[in-house]
Ligand binder design. Structure first.
Ligand SMILES: Nc1nc2c(ncn2[C@@H]2O[C@H](COP(=O)(O)OP(=O)(O)O)[C@@H](O)[C@H]2O)c(=O)[nH]1
Ligand SMILES: [Mg+2]
Length: 328
């Protein structure tokens, strides 16, 4: 063992030893490798770590190929983002996914009805966003693979039952995520725990806020949470605020829709391409077809930020609702 390893190495090594799933081990090992200074004395150590890493990666690849271990916790992505609906048992995660998408997850008054994650597509404006219903995050029963899914999500909807001590539910979910080194964006991370594998943007949904009778309860929760996380009262039962939820998601995910137009034809306003805010003409071209990226000679844009049909360069930044004509 080389003598002059930095303290970060030993922290990272401990985390690697604690890692549970192969995916988590890979992330931790890459982190560990990055802490080893590069010089003659560490050649052997680095080679050992790299060997371990490629073995782990190869194992994961074979598992994927043979399909033998094809996990139900791997949900194929569809659309621009994957949004996970998480929370304690019985808070209404499945009821919300059923109300927001065409999926039909089982909803029941008993906890642990949902055993495996299940996706659905939620219509927001004229695009679709993937929502994934998940088994409960609970001390009583944790499937470690669920954390792989959480870690790779673009956004988390943390559902709580407003009618049953919501703050306790939030705290217990956060504590569970914390043990797997996942943090919600907005959580004031304590410096000693600044080593998260993932920090994911979130919105807390106070579900079962069925009507005005529950508004006072919600006001109390808002008061308790303060500015820690964004919060929205909703109801899967009465569909309260579900439209607003779509709008908030669209904004928080920082998406924009761009419509494609062919020269001398009307734009196709039925099927927008979805880009991240700040995307350029070139990013858009890549979404439409890879041939456009190399061969792009000119582009014209119709939209609020330009004169109709204005000629723009490939680095021109687009806005939600823009119509773009690409020339090759
Ligand atoms: N009053 C009320 N009950 C709800 C609401 N959403 C779900 N429930 C009930 O809460 C229970 C648990 O719902 P479910 O969706 O299975 O919870 P999950 O375990 O989080 O997926 C069921 O009895 C639902 O009918 C809601 O908005 N209002
Ligand atoms: Mg459920």
């Amino acid at each position: 063992m080389p003598t002059n390893l930095p303290p970060e190495y030993f922290d990272a090594e401990e985390r690697f030893r604690d890692a549970k799933s192969p995916q988590e081990k890979i992330v931790c090992l890459e982190e560990l490798l990055s802490t080893v200074p590069k010089h003659k004395g560490t050649d052997k150590l680095r080679a050992d770590l790299r060997r371990k890493l490629s073995k782990l990666k190869a194992g994961l690849e074979t598992a994927k190929k043979t399909g033998r271990h094809k996990s139900v916790y791997h949900i194929e992505r569809e659309g621009p983002v994957q949004v996970l609906v998480i929370g304690a048992p019985n808070v209404g995660k499945s009821a919300l996914v059923a109300a927001l998408t065409h999926a039909t997850p089982k909803v029941s008054e008993y906890p642990f009805t949902t055993w495996t994650p299940a996706p659905g597509m939620m219509a927001v404006r004229d695009i679709h966003i993937q929502l994934v219903d998940t088994p409960p995050l609970s001390e009583e029963h944790i499937e470690p693979e669920l954390f792989n899914l959480v870690r790779s999500a673009d956004f988390l909807l943390l559902v709580v039952d407003l009618q049953s001590r919501p703050l306790v539910q939030i705290d217990s979910v956060i504590a569970l995520l914390d043990t797997h080194r996942i943090a919600l964006e907005g959580t004031r991370a304590d410096p000693a725990k600044s080593q998260y594998l993932a920090v994911i943007p979130c919105l807390v949904l106070a579900n079962k806020c069925d009507d005005e009778a529950w508004d006072e309860e919600f006001a109390v929760l808002r008061e308790l949470i303060g500015e820690r996380w964004p919060l929205l009262p909703v109801s899967a039962a009465s569909h309260r605020n579900l439209d607003r939820l779509g709008e908030i998601l669209f904004e928080r995910l920082e998406l924009m829709r761009v419509y494609c137009k062919l020269p001398h034809k009307d734009a196709d306003m039925g099927a927008p391409f979805v880009l991240k805010k700040g995307g350029t003409v070139l990013d858009f071209a890549g979404k439409v077809h890879k041939d456009f990226v190399e061969g792009l000679t000119a582009a014209r844009v119709w939209g609020p930020g330009v004169h109709d049909g204005q000629h723009v360069g490939r680095d021109h930044v687009l806005y939600d609702g823009d119509i773009v004509e690409l020339h090759v």
